[in-house]
Design a protein around this ligand. Sequence first.
Ligand SMILES: Cc1cc2nc3c(=O)[nH]c(=O)nc-3n(C[C@H](O)[C@H](O)[C@H](O)COP(=O)(O)OP(=O)(O)OC[C@H]3O[C@@H](n4cnc5c(N)ncnc54)[C@H](O)[C@@H]3O)c2cc1C
Length: 354
Amino acid sequence: MNGSLDDLDVLCRRLAELAPALDASGSWPSEQLRLCAESGVFRWFLPAEYGGWAWSEKEIVGAYVRIAEACLTTAFVLTQRAGACRHIVESENEPLKRRLLSDLASGRTFATVGISHLTTSRRHFARPVLSALPTEEGYRLEGLSPWVTGADHAETVVLGGTLDDGRQILVALPMGSAGVTVPPAIRLMALSASHTGEIHMAGVELGNEVLIAGPAENILQQGASRARTGGQQTSALALGVTTAAVRFLEQESMARTALRAAAVELRRERDEIELALLAAADGHAVCSNEDLRARANSLVLRSSQAAMAAAKGAGYTAGHPANRWCREALFFLVWSCPQPVLDANLCELANLEG
Ligand SMILES: Cc1cc2nc3c(=O)[nH]c(=O)nc-3n(C[C@H](O)[C@H](O)[C@H](O)COP(=O)(O)OP(=O)(O)OC[C@H]3O[C@@H](n4cnc5c(N)ncnc54)[C@H](O)[C@@H]3O)c2cc1C
């Protein structure tokens, strides 16, 4: 394994120090991403031939828990960047890979994904929100991608488009292309610093040299690039926020015995989910990714609120980490949340039999 756990410790300490100011300002985490580049984090996700360190899924999931405990926004931006890299790596378009991946490994460039409209967003509309019309040279894009993290900082966005016949394509959209505009990022209840927002496309002409995959039906379910909505990395981030909240509760419980039983029980549940998550990432799943995600969602909501209850009124004041964790925990109800996970969350919230 390239890169040491000591480097990860140092990185996480610094990210944790910067997290409150990042939450308050909503500014793009440039310094955090610079530190990640310096520690080689971007190399974890890439094969050696492009300058990567090819960390295993288990190593990545473990590291995501640590980074998310320190700073959820940085961890989240990393997942979107890593998702873009993964789609490019899995493409059969070799010239595109050679052109993009080395700069992504070093951190010289930033890439992100705009694919939610193919899986979990705007699926109830009669027409696709982003259409791709075949042309002589490639495709013309028309419409919008509703959710793109770091759109205003990306050189490349891995973007999904839908053809008239329902088949889909993935392209590596160069953000400088004529007809691409990025409205100001959306103000969010947490994670505003992720600069998530729409990308608009008005007659954007692309050549086949930027085609990643397709056209094909359900492109994200195809071959190597199967969609990973509800996947392990999402659960890892929920577990990171849980860890921060449980640690707070444990610290408070040292002087307040009334908090001890809750701290012990939440720690036990957290450790159990972590074991199952790491086993799944290692290819020894004891339950489905969606089950794990539903459990991680439930725990992050309960543990962040337990931290708030322990912090009392002080926790409700702006700047206290307990209210940041509560706001961040709600993100897991809406981010990359496939129907079975949503169903499980609603069952629990409504106290229905699962
Ligand atoms: C902070 C943040 C960052 C994100 N970053 C990215 C990213 O970088 N890349 C990416 O690809 N995705 C990203 N996503 C998208 C995310 O993964 C989900 O796809 C998104 O949260 C789905 O929410 P939606 O409002 O678009 O869903 P929709 O299903 O479009 O729901 C929107 C509204 O439509 C109505 N509605 C929903 N379903 C129906 C129905 N069946 N019938 C009638 N009305 C209905 C409801 O009123 C609902 O509020 C991000 C999301 C968030 C919140």
